[in-house]
Design a protein around this ligand. Structure first.
Ligand code: SAM
Length: 273
């Protein structure tokens, strides 16, 4: 009898986000297909799982899919994982699942973390209708063209972006989507998790003021009629609080929290005047 292909979501940073069912399935299957065996081994070691691993990544998807399907059809149960999050979501696996379905092989999802939904669920942007576009194109011309195509859509737009391209991406978002509300979610579920909220221009300035931008990033853009995110300049917001009797330090802390910045960043802006 044919086995099952399990599509298993794994943590996107915090190892405690592994579901009980994911750990059980990864421990019970005959083989785990993963992008980077060293990365997945770390996760499995944490949970005391000793299932054998086989690599499955964008460069061997085609040939490895066939091999894995033959094993499943011969009765083996196989789990597919990616380095982090949900397989197939801007990650390999589509070819394998598509072929499994074509052949009537059972495919079962083991749901769990995904940066897309984690970011969206805590963004404060409308979630009733959204478009996930994966990674923004690397080349500026293609990126701008895509943003122009998406501009008329009245829904939240969600992208993955690399930290070394975020400033260029925000420049293009500002040029094409203007003052639509933007949320940049960085390092979700990790120690330095943060949400930067504002216009693309303001988030750009906040990030450009840092020595470097590191970590993993999800960029979200609200629809144009979304209630505007409070775009009062940082300095004015601090002044307003100070005038109401709050100490300068406390005002910086409050404004930093409201705008997804660190207290030090706000303090620096105030003192740079
Ligand atoms: N399949 C994964 C998922 O379900 O989230 C996404 C894989 S994709 C190759 C990796 C990208 O996802 C990163 O470059 C980043 O844009 C986003 N990402 C992954 N983990 C993240 C995290 N902890 N915080 C923010 N973004 C994250």
């Amino acid at each position: 009898m044919s086995g099952t292909l399990y599509v298993v979501a794994t943590p996107i940073g915090n190892l405690a986000d592994m579901t009980v069912r994911a750990a059980r399935v990864l421990g019970e299957v005959d083989l785990i297909a993963c992008e980077d065996t060293r990365q997945t081994r770390k996760l499995l070691d944490h949970y005391g799982i000793h299932t054998p691993l086989i690599s499955y990544h964008e460069h061997n998807e085609q040939s490895r899919s066939e091999d894995l399907l033959l094993k499943i059809q011969a009765g083996k149960n196989i789990a597919l994982v990616s380095d982090a999050g949900t397989p197939l979501i801007a990650d390999p696996g589509y070819r394998l699942v598509e072929r499994a379905r074509e052949r009537g092989v059972a495919v079962s999802p083991i749901p769990g973390p995904s940066a897309l939904l984690a970011a969206l669920s805590a963004s404060g942007l409308p979630t009733d209708s959204f478009l996930f576009q994966g990674f923004l194109p690397i080349k500026q011309g293609q990126r701008k063209k895509l943003l122009e195509e998406l501009q008329p859509l009245q829904m939240t737009l969600v992208f993955y972006e690399a930290p070394h391209r975020i400033l260029d991406a925000l420049d293009d978002i500002e040029a094409i989507l203007g003052t639509r509300p933007v949320v940049v979610a960085r390092e979700l579920t990790k120690i330095h998790e943060e949400f930067l909220r504002g216009t693309a221009a303001r988030i750009h300035d906040a990030l450009a003021g840092r020595a470097s931008v590191k970590g993993e990033i999800v960029v979200m853009i609200g629809k144009s009629e979304t209630r505007e995110i409070d775009d009062t300049p940082i300095e004015a917001a601090v002044d307003k609080l100070v005038q109401s009797g709050v100490s300068k330090m406390e005002a910086c802390k409050t404004v930093a929290r409201q705008h997804g910045l660190s207290k030090r960043e706000v303090y620096k802006m105030i003192n740079a005047r």
